[in-house]
Design a binder for this molecule. Structure first.
Ligand code: HEC
Ligand code: HEC
Length: 192
């Protein structure tokens, strides 16, 4: 039963909601995306060659947006851009309705997690503190992640932004959205 609920949850997060896909608003959003966003974000949202080498910060993989951004945050970041980074603000280019359409379109993008990559990242970057036999687990009191109560959305955000003032520092710059999505997928799968 637990596996089934998890599968439904992960499917709901990573795949496109049937209610959006194919609607006129989403089709409108796709056109806006192609016109204004593809240059940096790439046709599939994973990031263009140009976007990946942007300084100071590269683009973020938009296929994972449902894991990191609530509806209102998605709207806000498109409207106002990301300060001090290359993500422009679109409030003077797009109407409110167009911003909503492109946001809905982003919600239909798909990301398929790679369980092997998730496991590799966990073992390389997290196991030291979190694995039951992790060398630093006792010293730093890192919790067992296989019994974490956090769902994918809370967990992904926590990993990206960290827990202030603890050894769980932010991974916002160290890991891409896709890497975080892969490790979250792995942890959700090993949950007891
Ligand atoms: C000039 C390049 C560029 C263009 C054009 C651009 N973006 Fe971005 N975008 C970025 C960068 C760089 C980031 C990452 C900012 C950061 O580090 O937080 C980003 C981040 C985002 C995010 C936040 C993703 C996350 O995980 O936090 C969203 C959503 C987004 N862009 C949507 C759009 C949409 C929609 C358009 C078109 C209307 C667009 N972008 C056009 C460069 C661009
Ligand atoms: C240097 C040790 C260290 C490393 C490395 C580390 N963490 Fe943590 N992590 C912690 C500590 C300590 C906490 C508990 C912080 C607190 O709330 O006091 C924590 C908390 C967490 C939580 C919250 C768990 C819950 O249920 O509350 C998650 C999720 C998490 N870490 C994921 C990761 C992932 C994924 C990685 C690898 C990318 C990672 N951590 C790497 C030390 C670490």
């Amino acid at each position: 039963m637990k596996k089934f609920i998890l599968a439904v949850l992960l499917t709901a997060i990573f795949s496109s909601p049937a209610c959006y896909a194919g609607t006129p608003a989403v089709e409108q959003g796709r056109k806006i995306f192609v016109k204004y966003c593809v240059k940096c974000h790439g046709e599939d949202g994973s990031g263009s060659e140009y976007g990946r080498y942007l300084k100071t910060n590269p683009v973020r993989d938009l296929r994972t947006n449902r894991l990191f951004l609530s509806d209102s945050e998605l709207f806000i970041v498109i409207n106002h851009g990301a300060s001090w980074r290359e993500m422009p603000n679109w409030e003077y280019v797009l109407s409110e309705e167009e911003t909503e359409h492109v946001a809905w379109y982003l919600r239909t993008l798909k990301f398929t997690p790679d369980p092997k990559e998730g496991e590799r990242i966990f073992k390389d970057k997290c196991a030291l503190c979190h694995a039951p036999d992790g060398a630093a687990k006792k010293i730093w009191k890192a919790p067992d992640l296989d019994s974490s109560a956090l769902g994918p959305f809370e967990m992904a955000r926590l990993i990206r932004y960290g827990i202030h003032g603890t050894l769980m520092y932010p991974r916002e710059v160290l890991h891409t959205n896709a890497e975080i999505a892969n490790v979250v997928d792995y942890i959700q799968r090993i949950k007891k």
